[in-house]
Design a protein around this ligand. Sequence first.
Ligand code: SF4
Length: 264
Amino acid sequence: MSSSKTGIEWTDKTWNPTTGCSRVSPGCRYCYAEALTKRFPKSFPQGFNLTLHPDRLEQPKKWRSPSRVFVNSMSDLFHQDVPLEYLRKVFAVMRETPWHIYQILTKRDQNLARLAPQLEWGDNIWAGVSVESQQYTSRIDTLRQVPAKIRFLSCEPLLGELTLNLEGIDWVIVGGESGHHHRPISPKWVREIYYQTREAEAAFFFKQWGGYHSKTGGRVFDGQIWDEMPSAWYEHVHRWEKRKIVSRRQKTGTPERKYSASVS
Ligand code: SF4
C-alpha cells in the first residue's frame, strides 16, 4: 500500500519512505497506522516494524502539481531506527522538489531537535509535533529549536484541556479520536485552543470531532469549517502558479514543462 491518496483534510498526498513505528505516548494507543497495517497484512509484510522503503524515495518527483505532502502518515520519520543517512536522503528529495510543501509530524521531539542541525532544511519543509495532552506540551518547546520555516502542532487525538505557548508556532490542527474505542473530545477544549490561536495569530484547522468513524461527528465548529493554513502555503501556491504561467508563455513548440527543480 504505497498510494499517495489520502482522506486527511490538511494535506493533499501522503509519502511513506518508511512504514512502521512503536508507541511513545497515550496518543498512540489506537494508532490508525498500526490498525491499517494489521488490516492489510499483504501490503505490510514487515508488520508494524520500522521498515525503510528506498524504492519510494523518488515518488514526489513524479507528482507535477504543487501539493502539500504529509511525510510518513504510516510511521514517524524521527523514529530511533531511521538512520541519519536515510533521513538525509529523504531531506534531499524534499529540497529537490521545491514545488511541494512537506509536512513532517513527529512525536519524537527529542530526536527531531538532536538531528535537525545535521539535516539541510529548505523553506518547503515544515516541522510539527503531536500534542495530545498537557503532559506533552514540552514537545512545543523542543520544536521551537528546529530551523523549519513553518512549525505546527497536531492536537489529535485531543485528550484534554491544553494551555499552549504558541510563540513561534504558525499552525494548530485539532481533532478528536475515531474508531471503536475513541476517547471523547470536549467542545470546551477545542474552544480554548481556538481562542489561543486567535491570541497568537496562528492558523487554526479543525479536522474532525471524531467518533466511531472519522467522519461521524463532522467537522463543523461554531457553525463553520475551519480549514485555515499558514499564509506561507498560499504564497507558495501563488509563486508556483506564476511560474506555470511563465513556463506556458515560454513554450516554443516543445511540450510544456510544468514544474521542475531547475526552474529558478
Ligand atoms: S508515533 Fe504515530 S505512527 Fe508511531 S505509534 Fe504513535 S501514533 Fe502511531
